[in-house]
Write a protein that binds this ligand. Sequence first.
Ligand code: IPE
Ligand code: IPE
Ligand code: MG
Length: 245
Amino acid sequence: MFFRRNKKQEIDFDHLPKHIGIIMDGNGRWAKKRGLPRSAGHSMGAEALKKIVTECNRIGIGYITVYAFSTENWKRPKEEVDYLMNLLLNYLKDAERSLAGENVVIRAIGSRAELSEEIQEQIIKTEAFTAKNDGIVMNIALNYGSRDEILQAVKTLAKKVSAGELDAEDIDDTKLSACLYTGGQPDPDLLIRTSGEERLSNFLLWQVAYSELWFTKKLWPDFTKEDLYQAIYDYQQRNRRFGGV
Ligand code: IPE
Ligand code: IPE
Ligand code: MG
């Protein structure tokens, strides 16, 4: 009889992706399949996330960026948006305690102005509480849209040019990258999207220029650490050329 070896045993832990991005998609379909409200899928999705972050931290991934709420997700019914906002608030509160104990540095990326005051305050608290940690950096993309992010960066640079602090000719990759929410962090090496959709949906458009994309039909609440190992294993089999030979 043959036993399939666990993918984890085949991973090269000396060459892990430094940064993993995740588009956590399929919560609604997960709930629908079970005859449950979409909110149940979001709750289970939050549980799946906790496990994945813990595992990434444990194996030594440096950064993880997770798409929690897009600038386009406001189009959903108010009831669903309210549920998601409440879930995110509780996630941040909870993370302040549980994930802080695991040494996770939590940061929120995205436009904060449209979020409730309560969430804005909680973000500041959670970020401050976890800033001294030195484990994995977890960027939670919350009211995040990549085009928005790039536009903000362009405006920041344009203002410097008009103030005479910067020569337009000197604007380069590095200067623009530094103005993004992820400024100072490495770009994702690996981007995971669940639920079978194969698109970026306005996530990290600039940062994923050379990321390896990995898709699975699994719905996000069903995503386990075995799936994470599979993604990392597959990533390690890829030949990244960055335009070279
Ligand atoms: C992803 O799951 C979570 C968020 C977008 C907040 P969805 O809610 O998009 O689930 P599906 O795609 O409808 O199944
Ligand atoms: C992307 O998923 C946003 C998040 C996972 C938070 P969506 O479900 O909103 O994306 P589309 O609508 O399928 O492109
Ligand atoms: Mg979706």
